[in-house]
Design a protein around this ligand. Structure first.
Ligand SMILES: Nc1nc2c(c(=O)[nH]1)N[C@H]1C(S)=C(S)[C@@H](COP(=O)(O)O)O[C@H]1N2
Ligand SMILES: [Mo]
Length: 519
């Protein structure tokens, strides 16, 4: 039979700390340290991902949503405006108390202690994942916290297990001390890192809010561009696709931002954010697309961009006659190679600082990015831009070129069916979607059913050749399973390439087909 962990204290057994009590205290401390380390790791993950959902905040938010109103009122009357701090402190105390219990259990039997940690972390993950602002990564900090705590709990359990059989085991005692000191130090260091990153994020968010930018006269899409049933012609910023190589987004305040235009130029140009705003500003609807977009995919979005024409800035620098490209570099080292001609012709390629009337969101390149109508993002749309080198294609490789993507990336003519996507009711069905061939233009869209004759769809108004164009077609749909297909024609009257090709190396081709069950 197991000995009781704590010997009862009686009068003939004076209250000196027994070795057993020491073990309980040590293992409880181990549990608490494991939990603190987990929370620190979770805070760093939250700061890096730019979510406010650290484990404690996630649980706290879920708690706030569920407490009965009388308890909320009571908390506010007792703690006043400190009610949130009190709640966080309360959650922390409960978490650490349970972690202490987990520590004690883990020394006896690792998995019973681990179960406590898994339960707590699971609760936080669930709380975070169900928040409306969870995004796709809201659960990650709580997950990271759980894993970290489990690993450290394991280390403590292993160190302390020696003391279960021999409470006087000096090696285990020293091991425990060393481990505790190491974990405590690590936690403080990681916690400090979290504060730095989190603080930086907050500073950038604040600077972004405080900006007063020259904004477009209107955010309304031009008249007639929207086809009923198709996605919104103007993509809401929060729905705009995001693609980049940045594991954590570069955090640049406008005050820190500078741009250097150099290389094969007559005069190097150095700009800061204020210098940029002093120049002539343009506002322009442009549809951005990613080369990785599969046929029918949604890595494409249309926004109103505000910025300064690259043509004007490049003219200030004076590119050499034999230069044919720019290499643009982001703060985190991404590079894109863009034909000089696409930046100096009349298409109004720009250094954009605003998207849909707001400063660029951090994820979309704050404070300044490039927008070039007609080219895929990987060869043009550098976010968090810091440097432009005027050069020649035969003198550099941009980020994606040695990775199997082609040096030049003009957007390919393509089209997509937005509705219906899978089901329809027999009778008159609206088939609608988008077609695009940025900086060339779309002249015609056709739809066919079950491989039958192509039928002409109705085109919505064209805002410009640099935006996508919406279309719709009314289908007299009979019951049964059917295949809808769409194809677009460019401004010259050439049809979309029908041969199926994957995105690599220079953009997918083929026709978008959807299987529709008509009931
Ligand atoms: N700094 C940086 N800029 C970048 C990228 C990147 O990885 N890093 N990706 C590019 C790619 S591949 C695309 S498709 C667009 C996407 O822009 P968005 O995320 O604003 O939609 O950004 C481009 N700009
Ligand atoms: Mo992309």
């Amino acid at each position: 039979m197991n000995q009781p962990l704590v010997r009862p204290v009686s009068s003939d057994n004076p209250p000196v700390r027994s070795p057993r009590t020491g073990l309980v205290l040590r293992s409880a401390a181990g549990g608490v340290l494991a939990a603190l380390a987990g929370l620190a790791a979770g805070a760093v993950a939250a700061a890096l991902l730019g979510t406010r959902l650290s484990p404690v905040v996630a649980i706290g938010s879920a708690f706030i949503d569920r407490v009965p109103p009388w308890l909320k009122d009571l908390a506010i009357s007792v703690f006043g405006t400190h009610d949130k701090t009190a709640l966080k402190a309360g959650i922390l105390i409960v978490l650490l108390a349970l972690a202490a219990l987990g520590g004690v259990l883990a020394v006896l039997r690792y998995w019973s202690g681990a179960a406590v940690v898994i339960l707590l972390a699971g609760l936080a993950v669930l709380a975070a994942a169900t928040r409306p602002d969870a995004g796709q990564t809201g659960f990650v900090p709580s997950f990271v916290a759980g894993i970290t705590a489990l690993l450290i709990l394991r280390l403590f359990a292993t160190r302390l297990s020696g003391l279960v059989t021999d409470p006087q085991d000096g090696v285990s005692r020293r091991g425990f001390l060393q481990l505790s000191a190491g974990v405590a130090l690590g936690t403080v260091a990681v916690g400090a890192l979290g504060r730095v990153v989190g603080g930086r994020r907050a500073a950038v968010a604040e600077a972004r809010e405080a900006l007063n930018l020259p904004l477009p006269p209107s955010l309304d899409p031009p008249a007639g561009v929207q086809a009923a049933g198709a996605v919104p012609w103007a993509t809401p910023t929060e729905d705009f696709y995001r693609i980049d190589t940045a594991l954590s987004v570069p955090l640049i305040t406008p005050t820190d931002w500078t741009l250097r235009i150099h290389g094969m130029v007559d005069r190097e140009v150095q700009l800061n954010f204020d210098d940029l705003l002093k120049r002539k500003v343009v506002h322009k609807w442009v549809t951005l697309a990613c080369v990785s977009n599969e046929v029918g995919g949604d890595l494409i979005g249309n926004a109103l961009w505000s910025g300064v024409l690259l043509k004007d800035l490049l003219a200030e620098a004076g590119p050499a006659a034999d230069a044919d490209a720019i290499k643009s570099t982001s703060q985190d080292g991404f590079t894109a190679g863009t034909p000089l001609s696409a930046l100096t012709d009349d298409r109004e390629s720009m250094l954009a600082f605003a998207m849909n009337g707001q400063p660029l969101p951090v994820e979309h390149g704050f404070p300044v990015r490039i927008v070039v109508p007609g080219l895929y993002g990987y060869v043009s749309a550098t976010k968090w831009l810091t440097e432009i080198e005027v050069s020649r294609f035969d003198r550099f490789d941009a980020y994606w070129t040695p990775r199997g993507w082609s040096e030049l990336g003009p957007i390919k003519l393509s089209s997509r069916i937005d509705v219906p996507r899978s089901k329809a009711t027999a009778g008159q069905v609206t088939v609608a979607g988008v077609a695009w061939d940025q900086h060339v233009g779309v002249s015609k869209v056709e739809v066919r059913v079950d491989g039958g004759p192509w039928q002409q769809a109705e085109l919505a108004t064209d805002a410009s050749i640099d935006t996508w164009r919406q279309w719709h077609w009314t289908w007299n749909a009979p019951r049964g399973n059917h295949v809808l297909q769409v194809r677009a024609f460019d401004a010259k009257g050439d049809p979309q390439i029908e041969v199926q090709a994957p995105p690599a190396p220079d953009g997918s081709t083929g026709l978008h087909s959807v299987d529709i069950k008509v009931g």
